[in-house]
Write a protein that binds this ligand. Sequence first.
Ligand SMILES: [Mn+2]
Length: 324
Amino acid sequence: MTQLQEFTLKETAQWLQNCEDAHILIHRSPDGDCIGSGYALAEALRQMGKRAAVLCSDPIPERYQFLLPKETQQIFSPKCVISVDVADAKLLGENLQPVYGECVDLSIDHHISHRQFAGALCLDGSAAAACQIVYQLVQLLPVTLTDSMAACLYTGIATDTGCFQFDNVSPATHRIAADLMERCPDVNYAWINRQMFAVKSMGRLHLEQLMIDHLEPYFGGKCMLICITQEFIRKFGIDDAELEGIAGFPLQVQGAEVGIVMKEKEPEKFRISMRSAGETDVSAICAAHGGGGHRKAAGCLVCGPAAQVRAVLLKSVSEVLNTP
Ligand SMILES: [Mn+2]
């Protein structure tokens, strides 16, 4: 096993200045933060005269396409491999993990549950988003902040904080967002927020209607669960894209402290997303099932029939939730 190193921001910036031909890996089921941090970092590297490409196991969802550069990415073999916003090599996904899982040189991340897999790690568990770290790196590099970088970084910060609502938001988060707005005033930040948080497709609204009908309350409504089986998806003709970001949905119910979304990826294989609105540490619950994440947002993979998976999860939740 090679020596694993922890890098400060300064050391990371130094490393980035020396790197060449970078492949930047982002996590499967890409979200605003990994896409934003990946493409902002790629642009910074290109400004320094380096080749950089962003790679993902899954396609970039339509709603984030505006963050992608107009020109198609160059194809080249990498001299260095960087991951951003990837808490665990498994999250590289089925296309990237077999190829890159063991050869990531530098990992830039903000998950407290990070499991080190890269040669060097730049981790800031207090950062609300990986984009917050990439912003700080950009300050240390000889690059100019462009509108496209600002749009990427702002989108990542806004989406990973639920539009500045979650308690991962710090004064630094607001200062960074303010600085991006000040230095790149031509970016339409209001449009970004509307696209990310207000606008929904008709299909998504129909799905939300279905989810309301299928929400299951437990422990006097302190835990709300929704189980999306493959049968559910087939029966109601749900498009996979509509399912993005549904993890927060159960917590919209007043009184809910823990929200669980069970999504059947393959027969009897459930991807679990847990969210906490109160004191419950859902990353600890998910860790007990081989997953991880943040205190208020975590996930894991649990196999078995839906009823069994549901029972196992509820038992874990009941152990930490203050139920009478
Ligand atoms: Mn993130």
